[in-house]
Structures are given as C-alpha cells and as structure tokens.
Design a protein around this ligand. Sequence first.
Ligand code: BGC
Length: 265
Amino acid sequence: MIVLGVDIGGSGIKGALVDTEKGELVSERIRIETPQPATPEAVAKTLKDLVSRFDYNGPVGCGFPATVHHGTAFTAANIDKTWINTPAEKLFTETTGLDCYVLNDADAAGIAEVEFGAGRNVPGVVMMITIGTGLGSAIFVDGKLFPNTELGHLILNDDIAEHYCSDSARQRHELSWKKWGKRFNKYLHRLEFLFNPDLIILGGGASKSFEKFSEKIDVRTRVVTAETLNTAGIIGAALHAGRCADNGIKPNMEPQVCAEPEEKA
Ligand code: BGC
C-alpha cells in the first residue's frame, strides 16, 4: 500500500509517499517551512499545500510534536500554545479533504524503527528517543506501542530533561559534544533505572553525531542509532495511517475533552 506520511516539526513540514510493505519512500521528500506563528489554522493550510504537491487522495499520516490523544493535541512544549486542546485530526481532515491520522512524532519515528529499522524483531522493551528541539520518546513492548510517553519531560538536575539535554539545549548552552554527551548519559541512566529497556534507539538530528558523544554513554543497555534516519517520522506516520485505514478506523472528528472533576458531596 502507498500512503502519504508527513512529519510536522517546529521549523519544517516534510512529506513523502511511503511503500508501507517495504518501509521505503517512493516519492521525493518535500519540505515546506512551518508557518510562523505555527497556529493550528496556518499549519493546516500548509499541510493542504504539501498534500496538493502529490498526486494522491488516500489516507494521510501526520507525526506531530505533542501528546495526541484520540486525535486531539493536548500539549505544546515546542509549538504554538494555541494547539492545546485542538482536535488536530478533525482540523487536518476537514482542511485537506483527506482522512488524516495524527500521532505523536516520536511515536511515529519509533513505529518505523520497530517495523523496519534497528528495533525490528527485538523482543522485550524497546525505547526510541528523538533528540532535536525537544526530547521525544516512544516505548514498545514486544513491538506494541505504549503511546504518548513524553519522557523528555522527566525532571533531571532540577530541570525539565529536554531543557537540560536536547539538541537545542546543546546549542543554546554552547556545549561540546562530550559535555553534552555527559548530560545525555545521565538522562539515559534515568530511563534505564525507570524502565529497564532491552534496547534504546536514538533518532533526531543529534543522533547523526553519535560517534562524537558515544564514549560518554555508559548505560548497560544497548544503545544504537536509528536506521531510517531522518525519514523515520514520515515512514512511521504513513504506517500508522495505513493500518488505521486498513482496519476501517476513521479519523476522530470529536474533540476530546478533559473530564470535569466530580463535585464533592
Ligand atoms: C514534546 C513531545 C515531542 C518531542 C519531540 C517534546 O517537547 O512534548 O510531544 O515528541 O518534543 O518533538
């Protein structure tokens, strides 16, 4: 099956057609700058522009840098705050006219790696950590995703982990790869202590420089870099959308709401 996968990020919105049986791109990868401010309406319009560049009218998978619960975005750590509580699947589906399935960006990257990359056929607990503007996380148990884990927001050194050791933190604090590697190693130790993974896969921009900081990593867990590189988010989003469509699942058009606290008697 050929499915359009899209990776929505803070600086670029990238898409390509994906062969979901092979986990490979079968078109060129098109990137459009993320509009600023990246409000829901502006991003939806850019997504529509991107989709129209492909001769395509099937389901669309969209990786998005936030918690996405039943199609609604609930957080906005590194994107415009107006995304909080936005029914993203409904908005994208209505704007593009195609069925859009939205999931967390790190979950999408993890799906690609577990299906076709470094996590393929690995039993037990596999963690994917994407290192970019933020820190994204995905956890799989025997290949099955536990979605929206948000482990970039653990507290480390009295700080939010992604403020302490994301790639943007490395740049902001002008840290050498070795200094930053020491920080990131602390983060991996915390993950190891809490989750005892069998494999940790690193993705996102900084993972390409793994050899520059790998000597600082001394967790007992095996740590490897993603094999699908910067296409992981696109491939995983396409796989997710393809599966939903195959199973007759429609995009969620009902905005999710937080339950009201029960009144005390
Ligand atoms: C967000 C996550 C996202 C990660 C990577 C974090 O700031 O909270 O939802 O997966 O950045 O984009």
